[in-house]
Ligand binder design. Structure first.
Ligand code: TTP
Ligand code: MG
Length: 356
């Protein structure tokens, strides 16, 4: 297990709101809320001043206005944020090319081959970003991905945190279970339902129990809170698709195949949930007794992650496929993936398009 501090995670502070403040100096010192143009919209993000009033991403604008009537509400300018994001990533690439972008304002960096300490690298990144963009960011360093990301969120804004092996696992104990990568909102609810709220409580659960509850993801959660996370940094987006497929004894029993499709769809929902992603393209794959593979895909206008919906659409695609031999493999996968937290981002983008 790699235990040297090779993983750095960085995340811009209040990104869209910070860009607005920088571009419009009259906003300085005021609570700034970026969001839809009407009261029916939701908050995309807000600056730290506004967070003091309990405002946060995804809160309805009307509610934010109730809490902070004197806040300054600005519509988003997606292309501007993309421009600044490109600028930041360019600065990062000037430091190392071992970068894995995660979203518009967030990236992992592999710092294993660099001859500087994590503190020196942090200082370098922060000072260059400040000099060229006047923006701050928070950085976390640790010996794996999960802990580096957790660390960057530790003391935002303009934060720095290092999680070393000797701090484990105690440092995680007071945290809510939702802070653990792989525990999305559904999993959090299921844990809360059995009285598990903190990582300390989660730590007491046996591995088998977590596997029964969450499938393969359960083992990952068990490992993760013990400081084990084997994911590596890949400079291109790691995953292009996510799917479940199985080989079985040849059959042409359509009812049985549909039952399996249902099983796989539910499994896929769990995998997507554990990584907090969803996707727009659904693919059904079959392999017949002669080892001939066929696939059928469709791309939808909306993002899909719900097991029942995956099953409904997958059985529709499966029904459209022609096969006259027995099948030995069936699979369902989703591609065109996106982080669920970026949902509103694309919504903001769509608003922009309508505007022009
Ligand atoms: P975040 O990094 O989650 O939030 P942030 O940078 O605004 O604040 P923090 O200091 O806590 O990191 O997201 C980056 C940007 O992505 C954010 O400025 C706005 C956008 N965004 C969305 O469009 N939808 C969302 O649900 C969230 C959370 C963010
Ligand atoms: Mg951020």
């Amino acid at each position: 297990m790699a235990t040297s501090l090779d993983f750095l995670h960085l995340d811009m502070d209040a990104f869209f709101a910070a860009v607005e403040e920088r571009d419009n100096p009259y906003l300085k010192g005021h609570p700034v809320i970026v969001g839809g143009r009407s009261n029916r919209g939701i908050v995309t993000t807000c600056n730290y001043e506004a967070r003091k009033y309990g405002i946060h991403s995804a809160m309805p604008i009307f509610m934010a206005k109730e809490r902070c009537p004197h806040g300054i509400y600005v519509p988003g300018r997606m292309s501007r944020y993309q421009e600044v994001s490109r600028q930041v990533f360019q600065i990062l690439r000037g430091i190392t090319d071992r970068i894995e972008p995660l979203s518009i304002d967030e990236a992992y960096m592999d710092i294993s081959g660099m001859d500087k300490s994590p503190e020196e690298i942090t200082e370098l990144i922060k000072s260059r970003v400040m000099k060229e963009t006047e923006l701050t960011l928070s950085i976390g360093v640790s010996f794996n991905k999960f802990l580096a990301k957790l660390a960057s969120d530790w003391n935002k804004p303009d934060g720095f945190m290092k999680i070393t092996e000797d701090m484990m696992p105690q440092i995680l104990f007071p945290l809510q279970v939702s802070k653990v990568y792989g525990i999305g909102s559904k999993s959090r609810k299921r844990l809360n339902d059995i009285g598990i709220y903190t990582v300390e409580q989660l730590y007491q659960l046996p591995e088998d129990f977590l596997v029964d509850m969450f499938g393969r993801g359960g083992r990952e959660i068990y490992d993760r809170i013990r400081g084990v996370d084997r994911r590596t940094i890949t400079t291109t987006r790691e995953r292009k698709s996510m799917g479940v497929e199985r080989t079985f004894r040849e059959t042409r029993d359509k009812k049985l195949l549909i039952e399996r499709l249902k099983e796989y769809s539910i499994e896929l929902e769990k995998d997507l949930e554990s990584r907090n992603i969803h996707g727009r393209t659904l693919t059904v794959k079959i392999k017949d007794e002669d080892f001939q593979s066929h696939t059928r895909s469709r791309t939808f206008n909306h993002y899909i992650s719900d097991g029942d919906e995956i099953f409904k659409l997958a059985s529709m695609l499966f029904g459209e496929m022609e096969w006259d031999k027995s099948l030995r493999l069936l699979g369902v996968s989703i591609s065109n993936l996106m982080d669920k937290s970026m949902e509103q981002l694309s919504f903001l983008g769509a608003e922009k398009i309508q505007e022009s």
